[in-house]
Every structure is written in C-alpha cells, then in structure tokens.
Design a protein around this ligand. Structure first.
Ligand code: DON
Length: 596
C-alpha cells in the first residue's frame, strides 16, 4: 500500500501528505484561469472544454474565428464577421488583406484553392483558381539548348509567372457564396495599402532576407524599401500606393478591371518590357473553376478536400485510407512504430504523385483509384512492420526546398456553421521577385511547379512526368491541401498549411493528431512533425522527437536527413459543442487566430 495513504501515518508520512496537499493546491491555484474554468467533466454545449493536462491552449471564441498567417489580416476577417458577413465574405476580405500585409505569399498576382462548406445546404465546394500557363508556353521552355534544365528560368525569370488566378477565385467565391459587395470586402485591404501599416517583425525579417533579389527589380525595390534604399524598421509605416491603385481598380471595375482593363494592361505592358509571355488574351481567358470536392471517409468523418490540379486532397485521403485499419493510438503518438507507418504511406503517395497527377483538363488523373479503400488496402499490405523500404530509382542528392519559400493558408468559420479553408501562393516567397510596374503586384513563379523535364526535380525536390509537363493554358500541379473535416456533416476541423511539397504531410498530421490522438486544436499544431516524399529517400523529423525513437527508425533502415526548416505553418479552427477553438502555428512569428 502506498505509505501516503496508510491509516497509521508515521510522522514522515504525515509530512509527505502535507507536501502533496500543498502541491495540489499550488497547481490548482496556478493553473491558468482559462483552464481552471474548463471542466473536463462538463458535457454541456457552449462550455469551452480542454483537459486540465493540456500544455497548449487554443484561442477560444463563441461566434466565429479567423486564423491566418498575419494578425492584421485575421482581424480584417473578424471585423467582417462581426459586421454580419458570412465566412466567405470574411475569407475574401482576408485574401485581399494578406496581399497587402503579407506580400511574400498573400497575393493578387498568384493563385490557389478554396474549399467551402455551406451549412444551410450541407454542400461543399472546391474553387480552383490556380495560375494557368500563358498560351506562348511550351514543354521545353525551361531547357537549355543541350537539353539541360535552366534552373533559374523557371524560378526567377519573368517567364516563371503563370496567369494569376487569385482575383478570379476571390470574386467567384464572393459572387456565388458571399453576401457582401466586392467594395465592402476589399475596403480594409485598400486602406491597409493606401494608408499603410506598421512594419512588423516577420515582414521586416523577410524583406531583409530578400533585399538583394527584390531590389534588382525596380518596382519591387521602390515598393518595399525607402527611396534611399534603406529598409523599413519595426513600427515604421509601409504604404503601397501602386497596390492600392490596383485594388481600387478591382473594387470599382470587378474582375474585368484585372483581367481585361487597366490592371491587365499594366501587367501585360510590364511583361512586354521584360520579355514575359503573358498577353491580354491570356489574361482575358483566365477562369476560376469549380470542381467536385474530394470526399474521404475516415472512421465516421468526412474529409472534404481539394481535387487536382492540386495533388493535396488525393494524397491526404490516400494516406489516411492506408492507415485507417492501424490502431495508431495504441502504437503511440510519434512513436517509432507510428512514424514508420507514416513514412511508408507517404513514400507510396509521393511516388504515385510523380506519375499520375496533373491538370485534370489535360490529363486523366485516376482520382477514384488513388483514393479508393481497395488501393489503400493493397498498398498498405506492402508495408513491412519492422523495416523500411527503399525508394527505387533514386536520383542523386535531390535537394528539397533549397529556397525558403512561402505560401499561406487561412481558415474561417462563422456562427452559421459555414467554413472556408483557403491556401494560396506566389510559389516562392515574393514569387519570381518581380513586381509588374505600376501595379504593386508581385508576380508568381508557379511555372516551376510544372515538371520542366521528366525526372528533374522542381524547387521542392518533387519529381514529375508527362502528366505535369508544361503546356499552354495548363495549370501546374500543386500540393496545396485546404481541408475541412466534417463530423455528422458539420465542420469539425478546418485545416491547411504552406510548405511546398510538405503541405500534404503537415496537413495529414494535423488531422491525425485531432482524429486519432484526441489533441486539442493547439496541441495538434505544436507537436513535432515529420515529412517523407519518396525522393529523396530520407525523412525530415522536427526537433522534439526523442533520440531513442530516431534510433529505432534508423535501425529499421530509415534515413533521417538533418532538419533544414520547421515543417509548415498550420492555421486551423476546431468547432465543438458551440465553441470555436482557433490555432495559429507555434512555428510562425506574427500569425494569429482571432475570434469574437
Ligand atoms: O502549389 C504548390 O504546391 C506550391 N507552389 C506551394 C508553395 C509553397 O507552399 C511555398 N511555401 N512554403
């Protein structure tokens, strides 16, 4: 019997008992007031519920939530919700605001994907506003005469840009599913560009890191640095007058102003001066497309996610299907046994990605097969329990993510139960680092997401083939994975992340952390993550996974590469019993979940 609870307590045991009582009262006194109020016992609706053992606490709100990579933009979304807008209104406002306050990835010169769930109709929608290759693009446009790849051209040349899709995507979402006018939702972005905002830590550091490349482009240099070439310091006001002009054109003239009107003219004039391919016809031909969402079924939940031309949804569902029968919880979170299964399932998915995925308007993508339970069973059966497999046909030392690029994700939920999950990007931070003169618009370098030559890796070390070759008006394959998990047909977890090739595996682990390991919204983000993408044949493991676990994995034959960067930046919202739990990634300076 434990001596502390012995009936005939000795003097020493009495002392121990007193100490225990003292510790317990100190703990209950010191526990943050927020947690102290959250009984795990209560099952009442509208009562915030966390465990008293939780080490990571999400932001809690009762009426709605916006989580994004930058806090002024999150606040813009919350203001829209508070003024009666729905989740789509707020998402569109955040999309335009991030183009101003987070110019490395927020954009109107890039593209992305939006997944929406509408409560009233119980309907889910996927909007594809991915960039399209200009009509003058061709399969070998990034090859040198000797057939080798010109690495710089697909990443930093003016020809690296596809026709931007963001304005079409935002306007499509708003016109079909929003309730407010374009003017109303764009006004905050316009004000932020025209009146300026105070330089904040992350942007200051990002602009310092990219100064040389950005200054090489006259318009970008003028927009982001002072007239004497010096940088804006923390707290100094950055105004973007040219960007304000572009936003005003769109507010007044709708998407036509961007695709056919004055903004298009300036973008195209800049392309002509610099030797780019985008013409007025290319701009006018751009369309955002609604595509059927991918719906995965996982242990009673629906996984609503993005179809091609993103590979994200296909492989998220594929990997989840492969591991559905495995009792991950009993194997343990981030145990060697669990991580081994993650790695092997990821390896299979990224191998498939390299062969089968591309723009569905140009190539038949076997979505149903790849996301079927049958295929998952067959491929799961090939995973050995105790040893790693090798990725075949290894190309030498592919270097994933040589740049430190940037995309951005935001999640919105409103009080009606509508949810929006949106990921958009310029590809690398600041795209090709070129601004279309007179517009304030940073242009994307999304052409690098095509497979510029079969067997040659893109900026993320991803391999691809014919399905993702460059063709006029084609959309490059993406890994962006905006996702909404439904429980009883209602949004339960809204998730998504940047991270290039790592997006799929980062989103996957957020979903598993919630569904398999019962973590709260913040803990699900804070835990260390891993990533394997078939090639190169090595796994990235974030700090925080124990040395013993890594040693076991090495013993099984896995190769661990030095951690080059933290994996992803999730912006998520969980909704449970009438309460919104928001979480911005612990890895991201100046990101914010804001509720009301
Ligand atoms: O579409 C894609 O998969 C890439 N262009 C995403 C780029 C990205 O996530 C960069 N961010 N870290």
């Amino acid at each position: 019997m434990c001596s502390l609870f012995a009936v005939n307590t000795s003097k020493e045991n009495n002392m121990k008992l007193k100490v225990l009582v003292l510790i317990t009262s100190i703990v209950s006194f010191c526990v943050s007031p927020a947690i102290a109020q959250m009984g795990t016992e209560s099952s009442a609706a509208n009562t915030p519920r966390l465990n008293t053992t939780d080490r990571f606490i999400p932001v809690i709100a009762r009426n709605g939530m916006v989580t994004s990579r930058e806090k002024m933009a999150s606040q813009v979304g919350v203001d829209i919700l508070e003024n009666g807008g729905n989740a789509v209104d707020a998402a569109v406002a955040v999309g335009f605001a991030l183009a101003v306050t987070y110019p490395q990835a927020g954009n109107i010169g890039g593209g992305g994907f939006m997944v929406i769930h509408l409560a009233e109709e119980n309907k889910s929608i996927a909007i594809d506003y991915r960039e399209m290759a200009p009509s003058g693009a061709d399969r070998d446009m990034f090859l040198n005469e000797d057939g080798s790849v010109d690495d710089n051209r697909s990443k930093y040349d003016v020809k690296a840009s596809g026709v931007p899709g963001t304005v079409a995507g935002m306007v499509h979402a708003l016109e079909n599913y929003g309730t407010m006018s374009l003017k109303e939702v764009m006004q905050p972005a316009y004000d932020l560009a025209n009146d300026g905002f105070a330089m904040y830590n992350y942007l200051q550091s990002s602009l310092n890191g990219r100064k040389e490349r950005l200054m090489a482009n006259e318009a970008a240099g003028k927009a982001f640095y002072k007239a004497d070439g010096s940088s804006y310091n923390f707290g100094e006001i950055l105004k973007q007058k040219d960007l304000a002009w572009s936003l005003k054109q769109i507010m007044d003239g709708g998407k036509d102003a961007f695709y056919k009107g004055e903004v298009a003219k300036r973008i195209v004039a800049d392309q002509e001066t610099q030797g780019g391919l985008i013409t007025m016809e290319d701009m006018a031909a751009y369309v955002a497309v609604e595509r059927p969402v991918i719906v995965g079924e996982y242990k009673g939940h629906k996984i609503i996610t993005m179809p091609p031309p993103s590979s994200g949804g296909v492989h998220l569902v594929q990997i989840m299907n492969m591991l559905e029968e495995d009792d991950l919880k009993s194997k343990g979170h981030n145990s060697a046994a669990t991580l081994h299964l993650y790695i092997e399932a990821m390896r299979q998915a990224y191998a498939d990605r390299s062969k089968y995925l591309g723009d569905p308007d140009f190539t038949d993508v076997p979505v149903d097969e790849l996301t079927s339970k049958k295929y998952a069973k067959l491929t799961r059966a090939l995973i050995p329990t105790d040893k790693s497999r090798r990725s075949t046909d290894i190309a030498p030392a592919l270097n994933i993510l040589a740049e430190s690029p940037d995309t951005t994700h935001f999640s919105v939920m409103d009080s009606h139960g509508n949810a929006v999950s949106n990921t958009y990007t310029l590809n690398f931070s600041y795209g090709n680092h070129k601004m279309a003169a007179g517009t304030g618009i940073m242009m994307n370098n999304e052409m690098d997401d095509f497979s510029v030559k079969p067997g040659t890796a893109n900026g993320y070390g991803l391999l691809g083939g014919e399905a993702n070759s460059v063709q006029p008006r084609k959309r490059p394959l993406s890994s962006m994975t905006p996702t909404i998990v439904l429980k009883d047909d209602k949004p339960f977890f809204v998730t998504g992340s940047p991270g290039g090739s790592t997006i799929i595996t980062v989103v996957l682990q957020s979903v598993f952390n919630v569904l398999e390991f019962d973590m709260n919204a913040m803990a699900a983000l804070a835990e260390p993550r891993i990533h394997h993408q078939w090639m190169p044949d090595a796994v990235i493991i974030e700090d925080g996974v124990s040395k013993d676990t890594k040693d076991i994995l090495i013993g099984m034959g896995h190769t661990i590469m030095p951690m080059p960067f933290a994996l992803g930046s999730l912006s998520t919202i969980m909704y449970k019993d009438g309460i919104f739990y928001g979480a911005a990634d612990t890895r991201s300076m100046d990101a914010a979940a804001i509720g009301y």
